[in-house]
Design a protein around this ligand. Structure first.
Ligand SMILES: [Fe+2]
Length: 186
């Protein structure tokens, strides 16, 4: 398992870095988002009986659809993920592929995605947004006037809180937001 996950991690980093350098001028997505989703997802694995390999692969591949179709990244994500796995010669069972598909295609929903792997990935995705380095990378990438940036950030935080569907992730999110919020807007 570890070897497959490492290969995917390495490939995903390379793919996002190439795309980011071309479109944003600096590599940001892997370093400030994707690897944090894997980290948050690993922190939510305990006690749920989820398939660890699927959760890690889905965390690494959940946004891979951006490389194919920016507007519909959730719909095309699984297809692109399969392409990455095929190129690396990684074969997964039908059951694991179905779980991976579910986790990738449902990661942006608010509410309760079907399957524990999908709930972990959706919650980890939202939790990973509640970190200053994610906001800092977006501020640099979008180069918006600050008031507009703060509007975007506050709106994003609200949407992310809505997306978190596991109790321990909700607790982590509430703690982070309450520690930031008094000073969020200068
Ligand atoms: Fe994401």
């Amino acid at each position: 398992m570890t070897e497959d996950v490492s290969m995917v991690r390495e490939r995903v980093e390379k793919l996002f870095d190439e795309q980011d350098r071309q479109h944003s001028g600096f590599a940001w997505m892997y370093e400030n988002h994707i690897r944090l989703v894997e980290e948050e997802a690993s922190g939510l694995l305990n006690e749920h009986g989820a398939d660890e390999k699927v959760v890690k692969l889905a965390a690494l591949l959940h946004d891979i659809g951006y490389l194919k179709d920016y507007r519909n990244h959730e719909q095309v994500g699984f297809e692109k993920a399969q392409e990455v796995l095929d190129n690396l010669g990684i074969e997964l069972s039908k059951d694991r592929l179905a779980l991976l598909d579910g986790a990738i295609s449902q990661h942006g929903y608010s509410g309760n995605p079907e399957g524990i792997e999908a709930r972990i990935v959706a919650s980890a995705d939202a939790l990973s947004h509640l970190r200053p380095r994610f906001w800092a990378a977006n501020a640099k990438k979008d180069d918006k006037p600050l008031p507009e940036f703060y509007d975007w950030m506050e709106h994003k935080i609200e949407r992310d809180l809505d997306k978190i569907c596991l109790e321990e992730a909700q607790e982590k999110a509430a703690n982070r937001v309450s520690s930031y919020s008094p000073n969020l807007r200068p």
